[in-house]
Design a protein around this ligand. Structure first.
Ligand code: C5P
Length: 408
């Protein structure tokens, strides 16, 4: 994958500016280095601080700003960018682009840069349908500017129709989708994610802190790598990535049943779920009353889903996760051997970078041929690296594996 693509996101003054931080995040999680330029009107809708936080860099706003010019000045910024995407692009900004104006920082950058340019228009449907806007966009297209969207649907002004800015995920996909190698084209990837819930009675149960974020990020990355993805998820508050088949389950036994129903033609199986090792001997049909001072809860072992899949006659390439608090790599290696799986991702669930619920994580991948440390990434970035390794090993290309290029 081509990493660190230098993208400048220009935000102009429309209500859809509230989606711009999400766009910045999605471009960054696909490996882009993102800088943001806002027009004055954009700052009426969203604060520069928000965009600074998601991009990790100060936001550029003024054309003649001595502080900024002594740092990365406007000409430098114009040269730095490989791609400029204006999202949202208002009707007014589009008209200014057509006129070749250089009356604020963003317009100047567009004029001064040799970068590829894309616009994601967002405006009221009458403005969108107006001949002036249509002609302006034709002029931009003639000059090689890429126009993404707009989408149809309800608008902030109460009307329904074309003019809404395309969703950030779609814009990011259109801009960088081509950059994602289809390492898993035609492969079927089955994943488990999230916690399980083992009922004690109708209102109580045994569960854990797994958020499901890592499994969902892996499902999204596997989809971007061209795989058909089946995601078997325990109870989580996450939306499945578009195009992924999601199967919701509650208990470990439900999870095993769903996995067994879908893993038959799988090429890769990735067990990310934090499966409860034990469940109550029996689940009471009605709420247990607190009659006694003491109460004993009998537990029995749950099936090990990953081990079961790895022991199948013709198993897929199996990947496990080892969430540990101590002797992380040692425990992961013995799990790799004990469960007879092909690869295991070891991560630390203790400390400030703990895996559970966090958006960032670091990990080490162990496979029979060695260990590959992965630098701290957000969970999508980490997923991309995990899948790159899994795809190579699955195809029997272990010789080319080296440490994460980002690892220091
Ligand atoms: O043995 P341990 O729970 O530490 O192993 C973790 C790995 O095994 C994870 O990949 C997890 O999804 C999987 N697992 C499983 N079924 C279980 C327990 C763990 O699939 N009952």
């Amino acid at each position: 994958m081509r990493k660190n693509r230098r993208i400048l996101v220009g935000v102009t003054g429309g209500i859809a500016a509230y989606k711009s931080p999400d766009l910045v995040r999605r471009l960054a999680e696909r490996g882009a280095d993102v800088r943001v330029v806002m027009t004055e009107a954009a700052c009426e809708f969203i604060t520069p601080l928000t965009l600074q936080a998601v991009s990790g860099h100060p936001v550029h706003r003024h054309l003649l700003d001595t502080d900024a010019e002594s740092g990365m000045g406007h000409i430098e910024l114009a040269r730095w960018a490989e791609l400029i995407v204006i999202a949202p692009a208002t009707a007014n900004f589009i008209a200014r682009m057509v006129g070749g104006k250089a009356d604020d920082l963003l317009a100047t950058l567009v004029l001064a840069s040799g970068a590829e340019i894309a616009v994601a228009p967002a405006m009221n449907l009458q403005m969108w349908q107006n001949e002036a806007t249509r002609k302006n966009l034709d002029r931009l297209r003639e000059r090689g500017v890429r126009v993404i969207g707009p989408a149809e649907g309800g608008q902030a002004c109460g009307e329904t129709g074309p003019g809404r800015m395309s969703e950030p995920d779609q814009i990011a996909q259109e801009l960088l989708g081509d950059a994602t190698p289809k390492l898993l084209a035609d492969a079927h990837v089955v994943l488990t994610a999230g916690p399980t819930w083992e009922a004690i009675d109708p209102v109580r149960g045994i569960t854990n802190h797994s958020s499901g974020k890592m499994g969902f990020a892996l499902a999204e990355a596997a989809r971007d790598f061209g795989a058909r993805v089946t995601l078997v998820s325990g109870p989580v508050h996450l939306e499945a990535p578009a195009g992924v088949t999601r199967i919701d389950v509650i208990s470990a036994r439900d999870m095993l049943e769903a996995v067994e129903a879908h893993v038959g033609d799988a090429d890769l199986f990735i067990g990310v779920a934090a499966v409860s090792d034990y469940r109550p001997v029996r689940s009471e049909g009605s709420k247990i009353k607190k009659n006694d001072e003491k109460m004993e809860l009998g537990l029995v072992r749950n099936p090990d889903i990953l081990r079961t899949v790895a022991a199948m006659d013709n198993p897929p390439f199996t990947v496990g996760f080892a969430a540990e608090t101590d002797r992380i790599d040692e425990n992961a290696k013995s799990k790799l051997e004990d469960k007879r799986i092909d690869m295991i991702v070891a991560n630390d669930v203790g400390g400030e970078d703990g895996a559970f619920g966090n958006d960032h994580n670091r990990a080490t991948v162990h496979h029979p041929g060695g260990a590959i440390p992965l630098e701290r990434h957000d969970k999508y970035g980490l997923s991309v690296r995990i899948l790159e390794i899994a795809a190579s090993l699955w195809r029997g290309e272990s010789a080319g594996l080296t440490a994460d290029p980002d690892a220091s």
